[in-house]
Structures are given as C-alpha cells and as structure tokens.
Design a protein around this ligand. Structure first.
Ligand code: TMP
Ligand code: ASP
Length: 236
C-alpha cells in the first residue's frame, strides 16, 4: 500500500504518506532513534513497532476521554491511519518532575516533584535547535492566535491529567512529555504526532528506573527491553 510516490514527508522517526482519501494520511513508524537534534543517530530493531503499538493505545484512550486527535485506526505493525492535519510549528512540553533540559538550563537537580505542571513551547525548527518560546513570541511570529494559545494550554493540561492517571495505573511516573498539534481541513486544532517513550519520560514508581528514550540519549542500553516493559504493562 505504501508507495514511494505517495511519500509526503520523512521525519526522524516516522514517514507520512498520502492515501486515496484526501482527508487521511498513513503514518509509518521507523526504527530510527535520534537525539540532540539528530547528532546522535542509530537504528534500534523493532522500536517503530513498539512505538506504534504504544501510541495507538494512548491515542485510543485519549479519544475515549474526549480529546480530539488525528488518530483514526491502527493498520499494521508499523502503520496508522490518521486525519490529515497541518502540524503547528510548536512543540508543546509539560513537566511534572524535573529532568532533561529544564535541569540543564536552570542548574536544578533531576527528580524534584513540581507543585504544578510546567507548560512550555519550543519553536519546531531543527536548524535553530528548537528554541524555547513563550505565548508572546508565538503570537508575534503569527504561529497561533491568542485564543488558539489558550486552547493549546488548556487542552494540554487536560491531556497531562489523563496521561498521568493512565501511567500511574501502570506503576509509571509521567515525568514530562512533548506533544504536537495540527489543524484539520476545517481549521480545528487537534492532537497529532505520537505519544510514546520516545516523546515522554517514564520512570518506574518503585525504583525510578528510566523506561524511555533517555536510555538511548544517555547510553544506558536496554531501550527495547524498556519499551517492551511499558507496552506489556499496558496490555495487562
Ligand atoms: P527536554 O527535557 O529535553 O526539553 O524534553 C522534554 C520532553 O520532551 C521529554 O519527555 C522528551 C521530549 N522531547 C521530544 O519528544 N522531542 C524532542 O526533540 C525533545 C528535545 C524532547
Ligand atoms: N528527537 C530529537 C532529535 O533527534 C531529540 C530528542 O528526542 O532528544 O533531535
């Protein structure tokens, strides 16, 4: 079904193909893992299969809980059918526990539970290294209207509550995550892209073991085992 001539876009971890239906795309999950804006790159056998399965379960859960998403259905081991959207050039990040670039930027230790979630935007531009920006920057750059920025914040905090509960039931702490939104053909903003251990930090509640892409970023090893563990907790 996926022909080279239908390829619309190839990203670091996925490919997007057009379909016979002008309102739908197929997303294909690759095995490629990258970090530090593509500087570190490796192919990790079956990562794409695991992320497709994990992201499918999460998007189904969000759809069932009233979040509008691009997800239509799972097609195969590596493919999902999704609604066609134009991705907003904003990476939307939520932090519940300190980690990653937050610790690095502000010199704060990892693992501090935050009293309230931190909501953050990055400008999606690899050449610029995805710089952080605030609402005024996004508005000035005409990336979104004030109403859209308000909606993005409110919808993202709802998603955070749903994801935190969902992962806690799997004995996992949702440390932080990145999501992306897109505009559908009617101009409505809906959740798009993926949610997986590539895009979330997930720590075991009892041991604080990292079960996410930090295993790759920090050369800890055992990435496939960790993603398999996350999926197996979802399937229990
Ligand atoms: P950060 O601490 O590196 O800013 O990352 C915050 C969260 O966003 C973390 O869960 C990993 C995720 N993330 C992505 O999904 N893609 C990215 O390119 C980056 C930098 C982070
Ligand atoms: N995916 C990002 C990259 O390759 C970074 C990351 O997830 O850490 O640059």
């Amino acid at each position: 079904m996926l022909k080279e001539e239908n390829l619309l876009y190839e990203g670091k971890a996925k490919r997007v193909y057009k379909t016979d239906n002008e309102n739908e795309y197929v997303v294909y999950y690759k095995d490629d893992a990258t970090a530090f804006n593509g500087e570190k790159k490796e192919s990790i056998d079956s990562k794409g299969i695991l992320n497709n399965k994990i992201s499918t379960i999460i998007f189904e859960m969000l759809n069932e809980n009233g979040i509008d998403t691009h997800f239509v259905k799972n097609l195969s081991e590596r493919e999902q059918l999704v609604k066609k959207v134009t991705i907003l050039p904003l990476e939307v990040i939520v932090r519940n526990i300190t980690a990653g670039s937050f610790c690095k930027r502000y010199g704060i230790e990892e693992g501090i539970v935050l009293d309230e979630p931190i909501f953050e935007f990055s400008y999606k531009d690899d050449d610029l290294g995805d710089p952080m920006l605030n609402d005024d920057h996004a508005f000035a750059m005409k990336l979104a209207t004030r109403e859209e920025l308000k909606f993005l914040r409110e919808e993202t905090l709802k998603i955070n509550d749903l994801l935190k509960d969902f992962f806690l039931k799997l004995n996992l702490k949702l440390v932080d995550f990145k999501i992306e939104f897109g505009k559908d053909s009617q101009g409505k903003i809906i959740l798009a892209d993926e949610i997986s251990p590539d895009t979330c930090r997930l720590w075991d509640v009892d041991t604080n073991e990292k079960l996410d892409k930090d295993r790759f970023r920090r050369n800890l090893g055992g990435l496939v085992e960790s993603y398999t563990e996350v999926l197996s907790r979802m399937n229990k």
